[in-house]
Design a protein around this ligand. Sequence first.
Ligand code: PLP
Length: 225
Amino acid sequence: MSVEQNLTEIKSQITNACEKAGRNAGDVKLIAVSKTWPAEHVQKAIDAGQKMFGENKLQEGQEKIPVLSQDLEWHYIGGLQRNKVRKVLGLFHIVHSIDSLKLAKYTNNVAADMGVKPSILLQVNIGEEESKGGFLAEELEVSFSELLDLEHVNVTGLMCIPPAVNKPEDARVWFKKVAELGESLEAKYKVKLPHLSMGMSGDFEVAIEEGSTYVRVGTSIFGTR
Ligand SMILES: *Cc1c(COP(=O)(O)O)cnc(C)c1O
């Protein structure tokens, strides 16, 4: 199947999952994760009308973003080290992977210095896995006011990479927990958190049923890396 056919198929799966969940298809955005693929391959998705793309490494963004169409929206979804923050903010529009209060504060300072106000999502280590970064849910419950005080970033939601599971249905419990955490923060801190970034090639339909607004799909669009 071509990239164009893959995109058509995924969009119809998104529409079906939304219907099943009683949601508007327009409320779920598809981020095409183009990591490891060269610009020529990414171009096939652009030619098919895709506008939102995700990368997990600064260097790949530096290679592809400047040479591709300038009307795309780029999402940074990978681990973010401090020394990369300035360049990431210079290239990408939205950062999904703010994984600690320290990094959020640092990003806020850099954004202030650059005169920008990026949208950020907070990565939650929902399975409390040693191997993964991210806020613990209870940590977020207490430190959230400090995040809201940051004036040069817009906290728009939560992101997660749940523990590996054997079948998509098994990821549901994790997506549900992230959605509930978002609702709890909204109620406790009287804010709107419109976005949940969850769901990848293997499990995006389940994630949509649990409230995802950004699905991050790579393999099912571009092929096996
Ligand atoms: C690679 C990646 C994806 C996409 O994964 P696929 O299984 O290829 O769809 C989504 N999110 C993050 C953070 C990734 O690194």
